[in-house]
Design a protein around this ligand. Structure first.
Ligand SMILES: [Zn+2]
Length: 257
């Protein structure tokens, strides 16, 4: 039985912990302390570490957690983070604690960004770091808007029942912005209200599911007529932009919001 838990780190990071009877995996330990506290409390040890991209708030805890350099630290092959000893590329398959993951390269936020996807016996799971967020997507820091668009398209094509585990609690601000772009979307309004209530009780709004993202995340909805009209009005365009241009316009709108 796979159990997945979130540990809070920094102000809004999530470190994901996966446990099976074969061991424990940590995804993106940006800080060692919350992980060490958890391991101590339950008397557990780490089997493997998975890294999605090089940013410090996703990798900062690796050195302390792997103090004997004995762990498998999986991560992107072309990363500037030097703590990785199992380098991964598009299409690679790994098995950790009895779970098979496929590697999907998703550059854009950083050039080295990868996602870990598992079919997980019909209950698919995705760890996508800072690329696809609940209600939003990561900023394009190192790659191009085209790369980010293509990366999100790869994730869009995964099974709709995929549970999506992202790296930050950004959902409320993402959904607030989404309402500006896609204000007539009733599913989005419902989701926003639901997440407002979760945050009132200090509960996590993640994981989410790909089906919810497809219905409410404007960065996956460039094809939507109402969003297209809003962008055309906002940018004062005479012709209908293509889906890529719509994506770029939404991303730039959010960057400047
Ligand atoms: Zn990042």
């Amino acid at each position: 039985m796979l159990k997945i838990e979130a540990l809070n780190a920094y102000s809004d990071n999530y470190i994901w912990l996966l446990t099976t009877n074969e061991g424990l995996v940590v995804v993106d330990p940006g800080d060692s302390q919350p992980v060490e506290d958890y391991l101590g409390k339950y008397n557990l040890e780490i089997s493997d570490i998975l890294i999605t991209h090089h940013h410090f708030d996703h990798t900062g805890g690796v050195e302390k957690l792997d103090v004997n350099s004995s762990l498998n630290v999986y991560g992107p092959a072309d990363s500037i983070f030097t703590g990785i000893n199992k380098e991964l590329k598009e299409g690679d398959e790994i098995n950790v604690i009895g779970i098979n993951f496929s590697i999907i390269e998703i550059p854009g936020h950083t050039l080295d960004h990868i996602a870990y996807y598992s079919e997980n016996n019909g209950q698919p799971i995705l760890f996508c770091g800072d690329t696809l967020f609940a209600g939003g997507c990561g900023r394009v820091f190192e790659g191009t808007y085209d790369q980010m668009y293509e990366s999100l398209n790869k994730l869009k094509n995964l099974p709709v029942n995929t549970t999506v585990y992202c790296g930050h609690e950004y959902t409320l601000s993402n959904l607030k912005f989404a309402l500006e772009v896609d204000g007539k979307n009733m599913d989005l309004k419902d989701r926003y209200n639901h997440c407002v209530n979760l945050r009132k009780d200090n509960l996590a709004t993640v994981p989410s599911s790909l089906s919810i993202e497809l219905e409410t995340n404007p960065f996956l909805r460039s094809h939507d007529k109402s969003i297209q009209n809003n962008i055309m009005q906002k940018l004062n365009l005479k012709r209908l932009p293509n889906d890529k241009e719509i994506f770029k316009a939404i991303r730039e709108w959010k960057d400047n919001a």
